[in-house]
Design a binder for this molecule. Structure first.
Ligand SMILES: Cc1cc2nc3c(=O)[nH]c(=O)nc-3n(C[C@H](O)[C@H](O)[C@H](O)COP(=O)(O)O)c2cc1C
Length: 146
C-alpha cells in the first residue's frame, strides 16, 4: 500500500536572528534530514515570524512536526493546516526558503484583501506561488551521509 502523503503548515515566532549561524545550520540539517525522510517543503521568514510548509509521508511528517514543536529556536507554534494531499507542492525541494527580496506577506495580504489573522493555507500557497521567483532551493547533497 502506498503511504499517505500529508502536508503541514504552521506559523511560529522565531527566537534566533535572521540569517544567523543558528538559522543557517538549522536549514542545512533540515535539508539533510528531510531528504532522508522523503519530506519536502519551504520556510518563509518575515521579521520574527516563520511560516513553514512541509509535506511527505504522514508518519514521517508527524514525527518531524513533534521535533519542530519542541525546538527552542522558536515558540508559539500555531498549526494552520494538517491534511492529506494528492500531490506535493515542492517536489524535489528538501527545504526551500524565501529570501529577503520576496514580497512581504503583509503587503501581499493587503493587496489581495486577505486578513493576516485569518490566512488560509490556500492563501499562503498563493503567496508563495507569487513570490517563487525569489525562493532559494536548499538541496541536500546527492548522497547525504547517515
Ligand atoms: C522553524 C523551524 C523549522 C524547522 N524545519 C525543519 C525541517 O524541515 N526538517 C528538519 O529535519 N528539522 C527542522 N527543524 C529542526 C527540528 O526542530 C529539529 O531540530 C531537527 O529535526 C533535529 O531534531 P533533534 O534535534 O531532535 O535531533 C526546524 C526547526 C525550526 C525552528
Amino acid at each position: 500500500m502506498p503511504r499517505t502523503l500529508s502536508a503541514i503548515l504552521y506559523r511560529s515566532e522565531s527566537l534566533v536572528p535572521p540569517n544567523g549561524a543558528e538559522e543557517r545550520d538549522m536549514l542545512v540539517k533540515a535539508a539533510l534530514r528531510n531528504a532522508r525522510l522523503g519530506i519536502t517543503g519551504l520556510l518563509h521568514r518575515e521579521a520574527d515570524v516563520y511560516y513553514q510548509w512541509i509535506e511527505g509521508p504522514a508518519d514521517n511528517l508527524d514525527s518531524l512536526y513533534e521535533d519542530i514543536l519542541a525546538d527552542p529556536r522558536h515558540r508559539d507554534v500555531e498549526l494552520l493546516l494538517r491534511s492529506p494531499i494528492a500531490q506535493r507542492q515542492f517536489d524535489g525541494w528538501s527545504m526551500g526558503r524565501t529570501d529577503r527580496d520576496c514580497t512581504l506577506l503583509f503587503d501581499w495580504a493587503t493587496q489581495h484583501d486577505v486578513s493576516m489573522r485569518a490566512m488560509r493555507p490556500e492563501d499562503f500557497l498563493s503567496f508563495l506561488n507569487d513570490c517563487s521567483f525569489s525562493v532559494l532551493r536548499q538541496d541536500a547533497p546527492a548522497n547525504p551521509a547517515g
